[in-house]
Design a protein around this ligand. Structure first.
Ligand SMILES: [Zn+2]
Ligand SMILES: [Zn+2]
Length: 313
């Protein structure tokens, strides 16, 4: 823990008093040095729920005390070819909360107001925090997985536990894949609507239309390709993954797809923030005071918690 001077909201920015900040697997990749070129020192955290404490010059649409969320996408350039084509998630000069600018493992944070979202007053701060990344990037992954009725989720953590609820609400059938022998995670998945839960190496009882991989384990790519039907999609939802082992072309043949999801767009966020309350998404959270952030990271790393870890202020 370190005392710092209170940051100041510059032009276009909000100063936010943090109320809750979710702990994402990407935070582990940041603190473990697995992502290139972080701002150092860095305050991690990109699932920020807080209250507007000061409003910088030129900012409209927010009021003091309003509850807002700050996601992973901290800012984009607005002028590169990707930004101009509506793919700001692929911006050539992006800013990422808790990676290239300070995030929410703090009492206060400053964010670019254009990338903050009003969250309204419905719902508990800690239970909404995981929406800001597990929900938003999970939603983008879910959209990339297509419209199929059978969906596999590999790695049943924060994102999968949100998507299982959305998918069940939409009438899709969810198949949850966990570490072998993780009975607690498999029971948890079934409690959230999964029709089947088993080990990642298992063959599901029927072929899948699509699978989303949230665990950072490259060996799951060929495993998921085995589980999807002809034309099926395998979406890699994480920012970092161990190397993918070589596999026979036959696993990819018949128009199976492997794709990755990078970041989010503000349009993804608006869609998810509208659909999540309708779907009745509730997050199972384990709360930690800010001073125990390292313990939260360790518990996430070792798979000692169900759902999402959230720091509370
Ligand atoms: Zn750009
Ligand atoms: Zn994240």
């Amino acid at each position: 823990m370190r005392e710092r001077v209170l940051p100041v909201a510059g032009a276009g920015e909000l100063l936010i008093e943090v109320k809750a900040c979710g702990v994402c697997r990407t935070d582990l990749h940041v603190v473990d040095g697995e992502l290139a070129h972080p701002k150092l020192p860095i305050v991690p955290g990109h699932e920020v729920v807080g209250r507007v404490a000061a409003i910088g010059a030129g900012v409209g649409g927010f009021s003091l005390g309003e509850r807002v969320g700050v996601p992973w996408l901290g800012a984009t350039c607005g002028s590169c070819p990707y930004c101009r084509e509506g793919a700001e998630n692929l911006c050539d000069a992006p800013v990422f909360t808790g990676y290239t600018r300070d995030g929410g493992y703090a009492t206060h944070t400053v964010a670019d107001a254009r990338y903050c979202f009003a969250l309204g007053e419905h719902g508990d701060d800690a239970e909404i925090a995981p929406w800001l990344c597990a929900g938003l990037i999970g939603w983008r992954s879910y959209r990339m997985a297509g419209e199929g009725k059978t969906l596999g989720l590999y790695g049943f953590g924060a994102a999968a536990h949100i998507l299982a609820q959305v998918a069940s609400w939409q009438g899709r059938r969810v198949f949850a894949f966990t570490r072998r022998g993780d009975i607690a995670a498999q029971d948890f998945a079934r409690s959230l609507g999964a029709v089947w839960a088993g080990a990642s190496e298992d063959t599901p009882p029927e072929p899948l239309d699509a699978a989303i991989i949230f665990a950072p384990v490259g060996a799951l790519v060929p495993a998921a390709l085995k589980a999807v039907k002809k034309g099926g999609r395998v979406v890699c939802g994480g920012i970092h993954m161990s190397d993918i082992p070589s596999f026979p072309y036959a696993l990819l043949w018949e128009e199976r797809h492997v794709m990755s999801v990078a970041n989010l767009t503000r349009a993804d966020a608006r869609e998810f923030l509208e659909i999540a309350p309708k779907a009745g998404v509730t997050c199972e959270v384990t709360r930690y005071p800010l001073a125990r952030a390292n313990e939260a990271l360790s518990d996430l790393r070792d798979g000692r918690l169900q759902g999402a870890a959230v720091l509370i202020l």
